[in-house]
Design a protein around this ligand. Sequence first.
Ligand SMILES: Nc1nc2c(c(=O)[nH]1)N[C@H]1C(S)=C(S)[C@@H](COP(=O)(O)OP(=O)(O)OC[C@H]3O[C@@H](n4cnc5c(=O)[nH]c(N)nc54)[C@H](O)[C@@H]3O)O[C@H]1N2
Ligand SMILES: Nc1nc2c(c(=O)[nH]1)N[C@H]1C(S)=C(S)[C@@H](COP(=O)(O)OP(=O)(O)OC[C@H]3O[C@@H](n4cnc5c(=O)[nH]c(N)nc54)[C@H](O)[C@@H]3O)O[C@H]1N2
Ligand SMILES: [Mo]
Length: 785
Amino acid sequence: MKRSAPEKDINEDALEVGAPKTTAAGVKAVMVALERGYEQAGVSRTLRSMLRVNQRGGIDCPGCAWPESITGARKPAEFCENGAKALAEENTTRTADAAWWAKHPISELAEKTEYWLGNQGRITEPMMIRAGETHYRPVSWSRAFATIGEHINATTPDRCVFYTSGRTANETAFMYQLFARSIGTNNLPDCSNMCHESSGTALAPTIGIGKGTVSLEDFEHAELIFVVGQNPGTNHPRMLSALADARQRGAKVVAVNPLPEAALLNFRDPQTVAGVIGDGTRIADEFLQIKVGGDLALFQAFGHLLLAEEARVPGSVVDHEFIAAQTHGFDAYAAARAEIDWDATEEATGLTRGEITSIASMLAKSKGTIICWALGLTQQPHSVDTLKELINVLLVQGNFGKPGAGACPVRGHSNVQGDRTMGVWEKPKEEWLAALDAEFSITSPREHGYDSTDTVEAFENDAVDVFVSMGGNFSLACSDTEALEAGMRRTGLTVHISTKPNRSHVVHGQTSLILPTLGRTDRDDKHPGGPQFLTVEDSMSVVHTTQGRLAPMSPHLLAEPVIVARMAAATFGEGHAVGWRAMAEDYDVIRDHIAAVCPGFEDFNRRVRTRNGFVLPNPPRDTRTFATDIGKARFTVSPLEYLKAPAGHLILQTMRSHDQYNTTFYGLDDRYRGISNGRRVILVHPDDLAELGYADRALVDVISTFAGTERRANRFRLVSYPTARGCAAAYFPEANALVHRGLVARESNTPGYKAMTVSFVPHTAEPNRVFDERERPSTVGAAAG
Ligand SMILES: Nc1nc2c(c(=O)[nH]1)N[C@H]1C(S)=C(S)[C@@H](COP(=O)(O)OP(=O)(O)OC[C@H]3O[C@@H](n4cnc5c(=O)[nH]c(N)nc54)[C@H](O)[C@@H]3O)O[C@H]1N2
Ligand SMILES: Nc1nc2c(c(=O)[nH]1)N[C@H]1C(S)=C(S)[C@@H](COP(=O)(O)OP(=O)(O)OC[C@H]3O[C@@H](n4cnc5c(=O)[nH]c(N)nc54)[C@H](O)[C@@H]3O)O[C@H]1N2
Ligand SMILES: [Mo]
């Protein structure tokens, strides 16, 4: 049965603000999930997909990259409210078909919010628009592919860019990077550049692998678990079960966050009886309400205090044997942490010396510590240093390669880690390219390509002729929305491999194609050898299958591997060295190539068909060894650095509401924070509001300052909220227009989405963006230490 989409768009004046919640999940979560499912897809499609999620042989939940247990039993319903919403989004029986596109000119779509666009339904056939036209119109698949081939062949490889969003499965990602490299470019930006790039950049040189070192089973053994810069109640709800179980067993949990996120405080597991009728489980034993950007200072203080405790009681804290055998640089680290500037530390963190010391003593006593983190630590100028400091603290106590200990970056998109493993990377290693070239008899380019931030700049400089987007929503995900969109509009060809309409389709190139594809839950069976499955890698390096079973909403959708193969055929013609067609017909063929190229994937086809899939090698976890260039783990020394707002300014972070998936909005209810029906809000501490002279709910324009320039975004409402002092929070992507593309994490080039310096002016009707060369305020203060 087809359903119609909401006619109404967001009315920001309908904003409602209630008190923030102190408990997450519970029955309400189940009800909301089912409601959204039924609304979008009806009862039968909803139940059929939900019961198969995260089961062995089922669909990998597209919601997040949190793993499923590989050793233990799985719950009959291994999903969460937000995973269920992600499924409902995809399973929807609403369609944005040819008639829909004919009804809505681009000029009209450009005025709509992403909420409205995304709610129109699944795209049913390939669509095209050319310069001067007002509407997208249907195009045949063969014409669409021919157009892509023509444009690629008419320009040089360095002017082609191939973006990947992290839902892309391993097989697709592998073919896609092979396609880009066969053309001759490493321009392979991906969402990971905007997400956990800082994590990989910090981990690779320090522990020799750019991934986490814990498995889900480690949560059953840890004594102390940190959850830093992460909002799992919304973004990784299944993680709460692991935390609640750990706590019930006696582990302590410490949350570090500028916001008192409900789920960090209390959680009712909707999958247990106690969770449905009881008061719930407290999640965090301790909550450090840190200032945005203060974590480097915090972990330096922890390092100092651990060493001080060791000096007081020798042999009680530091794992000397491990440090001597497996690490490098401890003496320099110990020397740097011997002194501490408590005034600067308190200013940077907004915490008292007492608070920090009490958590440090928990840390000193713990025999197994896991530190989990997400984007609260990756999107600031000094992010890579911050993460290296977390690693220092773990190394001091030997928290690697033993049960219940390690580093746990919690990834976002369900296969973002796998995409990188498959070679979606603008800075590929020589060994990797050599293996690829040998397998396919091609010559991959060696020059590094664009990451996401470079791509924004390339768009602004008219350096892109062809932009292909494998999923995702580049225009809204990146920095500097307005300049980026203007650049995208000037580009020769934009190609969007998508499931639903989004903003990037609307700010399209001179010629633009939308290629509709099968999603995770859709059956992929139009192959000579019958139905195919795909594979993904979760946040803990487990590789397993995913296979949808629902009838696709349209007979015209193509699977992603087929789309890549046909783009390649149209570009290279007959007789190309790579056997594209064979791969698209039978995904086992792709997997055999992956087995030959990617370390750890030997015998891929057989091993991935076993009950739980397989775990990729991870030297720190498996053997307590570190494959860095020196064969040892590295301590590092970074100067103290934190974000400092000049008088009259605040530090703005951007975050997700409970009702969105990145740029996709499921609804308008950020339930745990008590904010509904509006998204253009800025959460500010009541004392800061008073100091700045604004009333709660005041309507303002926001000005962000960076490097002598300003960006302005109009019409936000200030909301009094218990965030840390001096800090503010707004939703992504509404605030992206405020992010200067030059504001990035230094070594990883990840946008500084959680590090803007902003001020407010009463709302006026001024245009959205102004530049002027005012004095540059000090955005980043480097203090002594
Ligand atoms: N339902 C749902 N699930 C998702 C997503 C989604 O949009 N919706 N997105 C997926 C993706 S791609 C990703 S990457 C993950 C993102 O998962 P998260 O990283 O949890 O996402 P954010 O909403 O950005 O939340 C960041 C958290 O860090 C805190 N924070 C901000 N600045 C700082 C700081 O300086 N220090 C500290 N200690 N904390 C800080 C914020 O208050 C917030 O609680 O979730 C994935 N899962
Ligand atoms: N200010 C600010 N900006 C941020 C962030 C932040 O915290 N703050 N976070 C950053 C992060 S962590 C990330 S990961 C990026 C996200 O950036 P992206 O990954 O680019 O964005 P998404 O919103 O996840 O992509 C949604 C689109 O994917 C398409 N899609 C959905 N399912 C499928 C599928 O199965 N196949 C295909 N081909 N397409 C599909 C749909 O058309 C949908 O419109 O945003 C970044 N931007
Ligand atoms: Mo992400």
